[in-house]
Design a protein around this ligand. Structure first.
Ligand code: ADP
Ligand code: MG
Ligand code: MG
Length: 254
């Protein structure tokens, strides 16, 4: 049973105005097979949490730890984190000019697994995953995310998720900018990944809409760099009705 433990995580970035403290002591534990929704207003530090887990160099860890089955993730390089089974679907997926989707997926899969995927099954797996996400086959030969629409980029992130088969996935606003049909398709991909590999998911979202399609086991309300409240699914329903104002007033940042 795998577990990802975030303990008293404190993170800052350097800005022109000096050091900005963004995460102010985050505690969160995700077991394999669990879906945790992290919900919060804009600017509360959700993406910072995602980038810090993935190892983005801009985010300075000032304290705390992130343990994957007891191993300190913060001591690992970005590559080591991916090999250890961590995956980040970014809020704004990057374009990689000159690298086709097919080559990117094969290279990433090889790096993560430590061996090239079996030729006989890999092509079929890619094709099946693309079909599941209703991606036109032509996307295989296109450069990663180059010229993709917002929705196409989000599908492409989930394509990577399904094929790379991580143990824990951080999905940062995978729902933003999707119409209802695309939201359903992307959600089905996430649910398939969970059913096939039993991964743990940290689902970052501003809106409750995606939680109709991806059912969280736990909901964490994230305000001003901390978890302000935790609960079950019912907490998401309450946020849908009440919004974040109450938390912002309590945190004195509204
Ligand atoms: P969220 O994803 O919840 O909207 P972010 O983690 O993106 O929040 O940002 C939290 C706060 O930190 C915001 O005020 C944002 O402007 C600031 N911030 C995040 N990253 C940087 C950065 N690289 N440089 C300067 N400020 C940043
Ligand atoms: Mg934001
Ligand atoms: Mg964000």
């Amino acid at each position: 049973m795998s577990v990802l433990e975030i303990k008293d995580l404190r993170v800052s970035v350097e800005t022109d105005q000096g050091t900005k403290h963004i995460l102010k002591g985050v505690d969160l534990t995700i077991n394999e097979g669990e879906i945790h929704a992290v919900m919060g207003p804009n600017g509360s530090g959700k993406s910072t949490l995602a980038y810090t887990i993935a190892g983005h160099p801009k985010y300075h860890v000032e304290g705390g730890s992130i343990l994957l089955d007891g191993e300190e993730v913060l001591a690992m390089s970005v590559d080591q984190r991916a090999r250890a089974g961590l995956f980040l679907a970014m809020q704004y997926p990057v374009e990689i000019p000159g690298v086709t989707n097919t080559n990117f997926l094969r290279t990433a899969k090889t790096a993560i697994d430590g061996e090239a995927p079996a030729i006989r099954t890999w092509g079929k797996d890619v094709k099946a995953a693309m079909e599941g996400l209703r991606m036109d086959p032509s996307f295989a030969a296109r450069n990663v995310n180059e010229g993709f629409s917002g929705g196409e980029k989000k599908r492409n992130e989930i394509l990577q998720l399904e094929l790379l088969r991580p143990r824990f996935a951080v999905l940062d606003e995978t729902d933003s900018g999707l119409d209802v049909d695309a939201l359903k398709i992307v959600s089905e991909g996430v649910n398939r990944a969970k059913a096939n590999t039993g991964l743990g998911i940290l689902l970052i979202t501003h809106y409750t809409r995606i939680l109709r399609y991806i059912q969280p086991d736990f909901v964490h309300v994230f305000v001003d760099g901390r978890v302000a409240e935790q609960g079950g699914r019912e907490l998401a329903d309450r946020l849908e009705d009440e919004g974040y104002d109450r938390y912002l007033t309590e945190a004195n940042v509204g």
